[in-house]
Design a protein around this ligand. Structure first.
Ligand code: ZN
Length: 693
């Protein structure tokens, strides 16, 4: 449920809008070997800063002083450097696959053909809008609302995810998410989520803030330009109609906060009753065309919005719907067409929505498309080359040690009821942790990839994905399945599977080195593993039991205590001021700050456990404890441009990286390791140091 913002470009992107995800990346190539050195670099330290005054600056001050943020990024640091290196490594794999003589139907052959098609800019240019012709004629042929219902069903894709790799945006009228049933998580069921908007959220349509109003105007202009580029007449009139229809959809949409309320989302509607629950759309035709007709029950994640959108299908004119469908058919494929379309897509989704100045190089955009449409196949080739069995074994061993440390900490709590403790321990015991990559690789044999047909590849891959997801319905849940590509810098907690995924992409330097010092590994990747584990046991984790079932297993008293212990930590973070007029919001960032604190505590215990009572080896002149806390602070090494820092403070659920590093001030061991004394800025008396778990 919680993706730790290790990797800013992804966290800031809009998952369903391909080009926006590609946009925040650097476009220049950097020498990969000079980046992301070890997890503990003495040269980064600024010894003129007292550790007790500003530990982040002490650990990273020399690096901060000597580093410039690349012109096409809004932040730069450990995660950005690693992302850059992974992209270069992945590029080598994709280029080799494209050049190889691998059989056309083999995995490497398909990956190579997809990449070759994606890189063929000249072909995209010369084809013009020819690749769109079948999709456009399909819309022209719609004569009735019944036809429209069939069309909307055909267009349904498995392109949203409400709880795992959370993504709520789709420009199709509804999005399909196949996932474990909330109150019976042994079988997979279909959820329909609200959709239909081209911009990321209803706020973009309804807010009266001047910046949002301006974005809206630019969106209308973008829609008009897309119609013109596609050679469709009355572009301005049609654009107005599209934005008007989407604004009506936005009015019935749930807010982001409402979308996250899992308890309100558990609405099993018998398939035959959708017409009664949400009148307007011809659901019989919709379900038949989307492959859901055989399902006894389809879950409505957004019941009110579903009814609202369905009513709009009945009440809004067919021509408005056809304009809307036409715009999206072209817009979704714009990044894969000629230069004018690509530039227009970037101008809106990259520049206007994400503030990016420069479009990423073609090979990086191609890589992002591969990640979206054949991600696990690329990940498989990456893992074969850049993630050794020894690394997997070492990381798995760390996961075991950290979860065991977590159990010991729960056992030692004096405030938690024995019944809650027992459930918590059962949950740890049943936790499945995917390390590096999924146990079972996806089968791509049913996907047809052509070397000369980029738009066709994208269309076939998205339909193939829907078929793969539909095939899981009614079948037992595979708790080992992933929602995240193996080759990205991130990690995720999957609440309904009681599972975590720790991708090979983050099990790399500077976060993890299978041959590196234990203190450094446990602080850095160990802190992240601990962070994800702890989400299984916080106020959100309390909603799902050891089997992944939606069932609160906390007593009221336990929950009250947990919430009270958070107030001290919230106060601590309220005290940080990145700008004179703006402080961190301790409440908004509380869950994540608790996860950092609890995760680091479990990782610290686990590391101490590895020593077996012996003193830790001194490395680069640092004691074990010094290595541990320095590596933690260096793992959050990031430099921000002020506007991004401001935006994160206002909107993000995580505190900005430098403040996450200051978590160390709650650890007695940190005071001893760096001789931190009363009067120093970060100093807390023994009683003020927060211990939640
Ligand atoms: Zn988190």
């Amino acid at each position: 449920m919680h993706v730790p913002s290790r990797f800013l470009p992804l966290a800031l992107g809009f998952a369903a809008v391909t080009v926006a995800r590609a946009a925040p990346e650097a476009s220049s190539l950097r020498a990969p070997t000079s980046l992301a050195p070890s997890g503990l670099e003495a040269a980064f330290i600024d010894r003129s800063v007292r550790p007790g005054d500003d530990f982040f600056r002490y650990a990273n001050g020399a690096w901060l002083g000597g580093t410039e943020i690349p012109p096409d990024r809004s932040a730069w640091g450990a995660s950005g450097e690693l992302d850059e290196r992974l992209r270069v490594q992945t590029r080598e794999i994709l280029e080799a696959a494209a050049l190889s003589k691998a059989a056309a139907g083999s995995l490497e052959g398909k990956v190579g053909d997809f990449y070759a098609a994606a890189m063929d800019e000249a072909a995209a240019q010369s084809k013009g809008i020819a690749p769109l012709k079948p999709a456009l004629s399909r819309i022209t042929a719609l004569k009735t609302k019944a036809d429209l219902a069939t069309y909307l069903g055909e267009e349904l894709r498995a392109d949203v995810d409400a709880m795992d790799c959370t993504s709520f945006q789709t420009s199709r009228l509804f999005g399909l998410w196949v996932a474990p049933q909330l109150d019976a998580p042994t079988r997979n069921v279909p959820y329909l989520l609200q959709g239909g908007l081209g911009m990321p959220d209803r706020e973009y349509y309804l807010s009266t803030a001047p910046a949002m109003v301006e974005t809206r105007d630019k969106y209308r202009a973008h829609v008009e330009t897309i119609f013109k580029l596609a050679g469709i007449k009355d572009a301005a009139k049609r654009a107005a109609r599209v934005v008007d229809l989407e604004t009506k959809m936005a009015r019935v949409h749930a807010t982001r906060q409402e979308s996250l309320e899992v308890k309100d989302a558990n609405n099993p509607w018998p398939t035959a009753e959708w017409t009664k629950q949400a009148p307007g759309l011809d659901w019989t035709r919709f379900f038949r065309a989307s492959g859901l007709a055989e399902q006894p029950v389809v879950f409505a994640w957004h019941p009110k919005a579903t009814a609202g959108l369905s009513a709009l299908v009945a009440h809004e004119p067919l021509d408005a719907w056809k304009d809307w469908a036409t715009f999206h058919v072209v817009d979704r494929r714009s990044p894969f067409l000629g230069k004018a379309f690509q530039d227009e897509a970037f101008a809106f989704y990259g520049r206007v929505l994400s503030g990016t100045a420069e479009q990423a190089a073609r090979w990086k955009r191609a890589q992002t498309w591969m990640d979206d449409f054949m991600g696990e196949a690329v990940g498989r080739l990456f893992v074969e080359r850049h993630f050794t069995p020894a690394a997997k074994a070492k990381a798995s061993e760390m996961v075991k040690a950290i979860t065991a440390a977590f159990v010991r900490r729960i056992d030692a709590l004096d405030w938690m009821a024995p019944s809650t403790k027992a459930e918590a321990k059962a949950k740890v015991k049943a936790l499945y942790v995917g390390v590096g990559y999924p146990d079972r690789w996806q089968d791509w044999s049913g996907l047809e990839v052509r070397r000369d047909d980029l738009v066709g590849n994208v269309d076939r891959a998205s339909l193939f994905h829907r078929q793969q997801e539909l095939a899981k319905l009614g079948k037992p849940v595979d708790r080992t399945a992933w929602c995240m590509n193996p080759h990205i810098v991130n990690a995720v907690n999957l609440p309904a599977r009681n599972a975590l995924s720790i991708p090979a992409g983050i099990l790399q330097l500077p976060y993890f080195d299978p041959d590196g010092p234990a203190a450094v590994n446990y602080a850095s990747i160990g802190g992240t593993i601990g962070h994800e584990v702890s989400h299984s046991f916080d106020d959100q984790g309390a909603l799902f039991d050891s089997t992944g079932k939606l069932r609160n297993w906390w007593t009221k008293e336990d929950l009250a205590h947990f919430q009270a212990s958070g107030t001290e930590l919230a106060k601590q973070f309220d005290g940080y001021r990145p700008f004179p007029d703006l402080h961190i919001n301790g409440k908004q960032t509380l869950s994540e700050n608790i996860a950092d604190l609890a995760g680091l505590a479990a990782a610290h215990d686990a590391w101490i456990g590895t020593l077996g009572g012996a003193p830790a080896p001194v490395v680069k002149g640092f004691s074990g404890e010094q290595q541990f806390f320095l590596a933690y602070a260096q793992s959050w090494r990031t430099k921000f441009r002020d506007p991004l820092m401001r935006q994160l403070v206002v909107t993000d659920g995580h505190a900005p990286d430098p403040y996450r590093a200051q978590t160390v001030r709650n650890f007695d061991a940190w005071y001893a390791a760096f001789e931190v004394k009363p009067g120093e800025t970060l100093y807390l008396g023994a009683k003020e140091r927060v211990r939640v778990w």
